[in-house]
Ligand binder design. Structure first.
Ligand code: AMP
Ligand code: MN
Ligand code: MN
Length: 318
């Protein structure tokens, strides 16, 4: 069984596309990739993308400048897509989703039971972009669409490193670069490159990190006042949790940054000893087996105490 995206949009004049709050590479790649694809296949329909303002590192993806981050009041859409999340994480897009005549939810989060009138959630697939690629007519793809999908694939698989990478992922990545994707530059500029401030704040997070549970776990936190000191925003903190995870002996890396008084955004990265999605789902978040997130309230110490109790329950004996 599969879904036919174009058939599902039959007769639709107004199509909207949204993704999750704090959009990442997979979210930006999948929304813009689908936007280009729908415009190409359905030239008479109006197609718009609504997302919180993404990081400027994605500016080279075609359509980036047309992303609407103002979330104006709109007439109800005939079809509204939620990509890389369920309705609950659409943020300001949720109102479009709720009002739309038809909703299509395409995702790969194990924590998403499917929130649309049509659902295609494939937790075994590493990125929403890879899920979308499977649903697209390959004759309609071009370099711009391939570039968008490739960005999502490399971001969610850590450039084909994480365990969500399969032989199929590699094959599809190969098919995408055959459209002429400038992959070396994309990987450097969107995934690895950090500016000076981002590098400094990462250094600080590593320096102040603390190991716990017999040195199998590590946590680091960046408070609002530290972000203010460096003139940094949450987008500047991407990659810190991955760096913590790369430390030898660590089964569970926790990175937290302050989002409000007594409120933290928490990111977890784990190895096979801990199911990150299960831990984060317990705290009202979600994600995947090896990468998940949630928002927690309380002091940093409250949060890490509560988290570590759940991690400990989960931790498989070495
Ligand atoms: P992050 O740590 O924010 O990079 O997120 C890791 C993975 O978990 C990504 O696939 C996110 O989309 C997902 N995720 C993060 N926060 C949440 C949340 N509150 N609810 C559901 N999924 C989340
Ligand atoms: Mn995402
Ligand atoms: Mn994703």
């Amino acid at each position: 069984m599969t879904i036919d995206i174009i058939k599902e949009c039959e007769g639709a004049n107004r199509i909207g596309i949204g993704g999750h709050i704090r959009p990442d590479g997979d979210c930006v790649g999948s929304t813009l990739g689908l936007w280009m694809y729908l415009k190409k296949c359905l030239p008479d329909a109006s197609v718009c993308v609504y997302l919180e303002k993404p990081s400027a590192i994605f500016a080279k993806i075609k359509g980036f400048d047309e992303i609407n981050s103002a979330f104006p009041e709109e007439e109800a859409f005939d079809v509204f897509f939620a990509l890389d999340c369920g309705a609950d994480r659409l943020g300001d897009c949720e109102k479009y989703f709720r009002a739309a005549k038809k909703t299509i939810n395409i995702d790969h989060h194990v924590s998403n039971a499917g929130t649309g009138t049509v659902n295609w959630v494939r937790p075994e697939i590493g990125s929403c972009c890879e899920v979308l690629y499977d649903l697209m007519d390959k004759d309609k793809l071009d370099r711009d669409i391939a570039t968008a999908l490739y960005v999502g694939m490399i971001h969610d698989t850590g450039v084909f490193q994480y365990s969500n990478t399969t032989p199929d992922t590699m094959r599809k990545g190969g098919e995408l670069i055959a459209y002429g994707v400038d992959f070396s530059r994309l990987i450097l500029e969107t995934f690895y490159q950090k500016n000076y401030v981002q590098s400094q704040i990462m250094g600080r997070a590593l320096m102040e990190s603390i190991r716990f549970m017999d040195n199998t776990c590590i946590v680091s936190v960046i408070e609002q006042k530290t972000m203010d000191f460096y003139g940094a925003t949450p987008k500047d903190l991407d990659g810190i949790v991955n760096q913590l995870r790369n430390i030898k002996g660590i089964s569970c890396a926790v990175f937290m940054y302050q989002t409000d008084v007594m409120e933290y955004k928490v990111s977890l990265r784990t190895d096979e000893r801990v199911n990150a999605a299960e831990v984060c789902t317990y705290f009202g978040g979600g994600g995947h087996m090896r990468a998940a997130g949630c928002t927690m309230r309380g002091t940093f110490h409250d949060c890490i105490n509560n988290l570590s109790a759940q991690i400990e329950k989960q931790m498989v004996k070495a």
